[in-house]
Design a protein around this ligand. Structure first.
Ligand code: C5P
Length: 221
């Protein structure tokens, strides 16, 4: 008999992309499928935790026993997460949050109307949800993700410092968005470790289960 590693713990997870509206029919988004975050929510629930999943626009079923809150923009994700974060033991930020949004939202569809010039958009920065949670006085154990196209380890190390979180999980897979398998690089102050070990890949649910075990061990320590 294996005791459930997160029994009695509360886990908050963000997943998926965000969508930043330009006008009523257009917006800026990214290719995150939400699969890794949904797998983590499921694995945390299996490990006995009470799980809240804040999801951007994705096409995935809610894992059994998980409370789901659907949002669209980064600001909405921020507003759903921040008031809840203090009541959680763990926060796992897997969402691929848009860093910027259009500075103004056009009320009506932007038309070509014979204009020769393409419209240009001013962008404004979105709130950094993970950094905001990590700055709370009674903060949960915070885990960030890093999806980079180059220099993963250096970027992950920089994120540990910049966001002041104890653990950053890097996506080692070359094109992880939308895939079912991946490899992860766990980076903390002490060093780094690959999941799975030995340079192979694994499906996202088995990676999520391993990551949940790792997080459970860290909060118990
Ligand atoms: O800042 P960057 O996108 O490089 O960091 C990625 C990590 O920070 C991920 O865990 C992501 O979920 C989180 N993040 C966030 N809010 C943002 C940007 C990123 O929570 N606005």
């Amino acid at each position: 008999f294996q005791p459930k590693a997160l029994l009695g713990k509360r886990v908050l997870v963000t997943a998926g992309p965000t969508f930043e509206a330009i006008d009523p029919v257009r917006g800026i988004t990214n290719l995150s499928s939400g699969k890794m975050g949904f797998a983590i929510a499921r694995a945390a629930r299996e490990a006995g935790a009470e799980v809240t999943l804040v999801a951007g626009p994705v096409d995935l079923p809610t894992p059994r026993g998980v409370a789901r809150i659907d949002v669209r923009s980064a600001q909405q994700m921020h507003d759903a997460v921040l008031p809840r974060a203090v009541r959680h033991d763990v926060f796992v930020a897997t969402a691929a949050v848009a860093d910027w949004r259009p500075a103004t939202l056009s009320e009506h569809k932007i038309k070509k109307d014979g204009k020769k010039l393409a419209p240009s958009f001013e962008l404004t920065e979105n709130p950094d949800i993970l950094a905001a949670v990590a700055a709370l006085p009674e903060r949960p154990y915070c885990v960030g993700f890093a999806a980079e196209s180059e220099n993963l380890l250096a970027h992950a190390r920089a994120k540990l410092q910049r966001k002041r979180v104890p653990l950053i999980v890097g996506n080692l897979g070359p094109a992880t968005f939308g895939r079912d398998d991946n490899a992860l690089l766990l980076v903390d102050e002490q060093g780094q470790r690959e999941l799975p070990e030995g340079g192979s890949t694994a499906d996202k649910l088995s990676l999520a289960r391993q990551l949940v075990r790792e997080i459970a061990a860290r909060i118990a320590a």
